[in-house]
Write a protein that binds this ligand. Structure first.
Ligand code: SF4
Ligand code: SF4
Length: 457
């Protein structure tokens, strides 16, 4: 008898009822070295969090077809994705976490779980069912609000001054913590009085056409609603290198939605993004993002989680903005004859930049510029991880994770920070009181100042 006849045929099954993906092959690649657990910032401060190995390969490996229960600790994962980059066996940890979180949230319905409990004869537990249900519902509403920053930003930017006064009014913050569990320890980010897109329309869009050098800018929510200066700096820098900049129709990258298990919402936003970015790519553009979590979502999380026309092309043609310039222009030469304004920066590489291999780029780029001192504050996580640090029950963990970075920043010579990630910037500023600059802002200041000086001279 041949070996083939001895071997039972492999019959793939759907592991979780609510998804079509079977991630068991990824689980089989895990050889339990626990490297992922050793780099997990949440597991290092929260003893109730079982860590990435359990959340990923162990849950997938042990789950049978009829199982739909996902351990609720999956909601403790901040989606920093450090485990993903650390695994020596390329186990798709964040894909497993995102998929499990989506399935968990899908099943987290008060009425559904109450009915299931009643059906299983747990009528006597009525009071606790209601209590758990209310707590689930509160968490669900809070997470949905945090995940849908795009929608909040759209409304707030209609009346930014009112929104800024309202969100940072003491009683509002108190109520948001008591009712929804959004921490009152942090100040809400300010909404700009003119969004990036409004500025873009007002200036009449692209200032130059160049079919040979064309980029489509994915600004994301934060550069649009809160820090349009980053988007404007990006445009100034790219135009100074002769690029035609397109600003296609877009919605949220989905990053806060993945972290909160809102995969349906993320998919709706991804459909718009993929359609318009794929169109820009077909028109000769590459996609650039100024936020490292946005570029991470377009490059990695989209193709891992969704099946949409053009999604692979978007993933393959997306770059972080500085990375793109370093690949395609001689930035070092452009900066060689320039000088900054005698500024010192403490630079933090966001976890999502690290995952894309971009953790040293700003330090390498600016370290030779006259006047600029830039110090890398190490490889710790900032601790905020998008929406994680905004949750009242996670706030202390978030700050405990950030402690190493705060100490390193304070030990560095500079008293201002630099990073590519808007929520890391919030945490850096919250923990040290420093103002935080995006590398593109410094690059624009140095390059454009230099050009104005040469044209005036
Ligand atoms: S690092 Fe990879 S191989 Fe090691 S335990 Fe974690 S998932 Fe498994
Ligand atoms: S994504 Fe971050 S928080 Fe989540 S399990 Fe991995 S290392 Fe831990």
């Amino acid at each position: 008898m041949s070996d083939t006849e001895d071997t039972p045929s492999f019959d793939p099954v759907t592991v979780f009822e609510s998804t079509e993906q079977d991630l068991r092959s990824g689980s089989d690649d895990c050889y339990k070295c626990s490297t992922c657990d050793s780099v997990c910032p949440v597991a290092s401060v929260d003893s109730s969090f079982p860590g990435p190995k359990f959340q990923g390969p162990e849950q997938w490996r042990l789950t049978r077809k009829e199982d739909t229960e996902i351990d609720d600790s999956i909601m403790g994962c901040s989606n920093c994705m450090r485990c993903d980059g650390a695994c020596p066996s390329s186990v798709p940890l964040s894909q497993m976490h995102n998929t499990a979180r989506g399935a968990y949230v899908e099943n987290q319905r008060f009425v559904r779980s109450a009915l299931a409990a009643l059906r299983s004869g747990e009528l006597r537990r009525g009071a606790s069912i209601v209590r758990d249900g209310v707590s689930d519902l509160r968490e669900r509403i809070r997470n949905r609000l945090l995940a849908n920053y795009y929608t909040a930003g759209r409304f707030a930017s209609k009346l930014p001054r009112v929104a800024n006064a309202f969100t940072n009014f003491g009683p509002t913050r108190w109520l948001l913590e008591r009712v929804l569990g959004i921490t009152s320890e942090r100040s809400f980010p300010s909404f700009a009085t003119q969004t990036f897109r409004e500025w873009w329309t007002e200036r009449g869009g692209a200032q130059l056409e160049n079919p040979d050098k064309r980029v489509a800018y994915f600004h994301g929510c934060y550069a649009n609603y809160n820090t349009p200066a980053v988007g404007k700096a990006m445009v100034r820098v790219f135009e100074s290198f002769g690029y035609e900049v397109l600003v296609p129709q877009q919605r949220c990258s989905g990053t806060p939605m993945f972290a909160n298990g809102r995969l349906d919402d993320a998919k709706r936003h991804a459909e718009t993004n993929v359609e318009s970015l794929a169109e820009a790519i077909a028109d000769g553009a590459d996609v650039i993002a100024s936020c490292t979590s946005c570029s991470m979502a377009l490059r990695q999380e989209y193709p891992e989680l969704f099946d949409l026309d053009g999604i692979d092309s978007v993933g393959e043609n997306t770059y972080e903005a500085l990375e793109y310039l370093r690949l395609n222009e001689d930035l070092e030469a452009a900066l060689a004859e320039t000088a900054g304004d005698a500024e010192e920066f403490a630079y933090h590489a966001p976890c999502h930049a690290r995952n894309q291999g971009l953790d040293r780029q700003a330090v390498e780029l600016f370290s030779d510029v006259d006047g600029v001192t830039i110090e890398d504050v190490g490889d710790s996580c900032s601790g905020i991880s998008g929406t994680y640090g905004w949750k009242a029950e996670k706030y202390d963990y978030s700050m405990a994770i950030g402690d190493t970075m705060f100490a390193e920043m304070e030990a560095a010579a500079g008293e201002q920070g630099m990073t590519e990630c808007p929520t890391c910037a919030m945490q850096m500023s919250h923990g040290t009181g420093y103002s935080i600059t995006h590398p593109l802002e410094l690059l624009a200041d140095i390059l454009i100042e230099e050009q104005s000086a040469s044209s005036n001279g």
